[in-house]
Design a protein around this ligand. Structure first.
Ligand code: ZN
Ligand code: ZN
Length: 249
């Protein structure tokens, strides 16, 4: 079946996201615009992933939600990790938290809200999430893969925190499962980027939504067996094969 994806959505746990990004608002809006599968990807944290999953079961049945994280590497590159379970996401998070280099900034912590599926306050995240880790992009990728996660460098078409702009190239040894570009990336940008990344790597469009209005109709679709994590992983793995055979290349 063909499913629409948006694998990059923040909640109110990210200090730069709007207070309206509570689980119920997100899952309702995501379903409303026609997305079938989403991922929760807060900066360097996974504290609200389970609440969004529970909220979807309650308020947006049928919506697929994966736990995820947007990790900041030491080169200030953002890399998404999409995880098979909340448990593995939490284990990855604890590794990330022990490698965050910036000390907590007191006033910012009040903006890092962890809530339940009905938006009841649970606690503030005590690690300052807007800092970088001391992991290189390759180390972030290896770490996410060690938890059987999916690795996707985020918004590679953007100057700020984008892989290509920050490193000047796609690192030859970097293992990724897809790359992400903005939902609004122009065709000309895509043609240019395609030359810079390995040919068998899928390009996905995501919203990187920080506010409800950022959640817009999907631009990425994949043929999947079902909405499971394994099906998504499999489809990304086979993408190069399908692509090459469809184009005869
Ligand atoms: Zn980012
Ligand atoms: Zn983001």
């Amino acid at each position: 079946m063909r499913f629409a994806l948006d694998l990059h959505i923040h909640t109110l746990l990210s200090p730069c996201a709007g207070i309206e990004m509570i689980p119920v608002n997100i899952v309702r809006r995501v379903q409303e615009v026609g997305i079938d599968i989403m991922a929760v990807t807060d900066h360097n944290a996974v504290g609200n992933a389970e609440s969004v999953i529970k909220s979807a079961l309650k308020y947006a049945p049928g919506l697929g939600v994966f736990p995820g994280i947007e990790v900041t590497s030491k080169e200030e590159v953002h890399i998404l990790g999409i995880l098979p379970s909340v448990e593995s996401a939490r284990k990855l998070e604890s590794m990330i938290h022990s490698h965050l280099v910036n000390p907590p900034v007191k006033d910012s912590l009040a903006e890092q809200l962890i809530v339940d599926e009905d938006a009841n306050f649970i606690r503030y995240e005590e690690h300052f999430l807007m800092g970088a880790t001391d992991f290189s992009v390759e180390e972030v990728s290896d770490l996410i893969h060690s938890f059987d996660g999916i690795v996707i460098p985020a918004h590679i078409d953007r100057e700020s925190f984008g892989l290509i702009y920050n490193l000047g190239l796609f690192p030859p040894d970097l293992e990724v499962d897809a790359v992400e570009v903005s939902k609004f990336a122009k065709e000309s940008t895509l043609v240019n980027l395609r030359r810079l990344i390995p040919p068998d790597v899928p390009v996905l469009f995501s919203s990187d939504a920080h506010f409800l209005d950022d959640i817009v109709p999907p631009r990425s679709f994949l043929e999947l067996m079902d909405k499971s994590f394994d099906s998504l992983k499999e489809a990304l793995k086979n993408y190069g094969y399908v692509r090459n055979h469809k184009t005869g290349g």
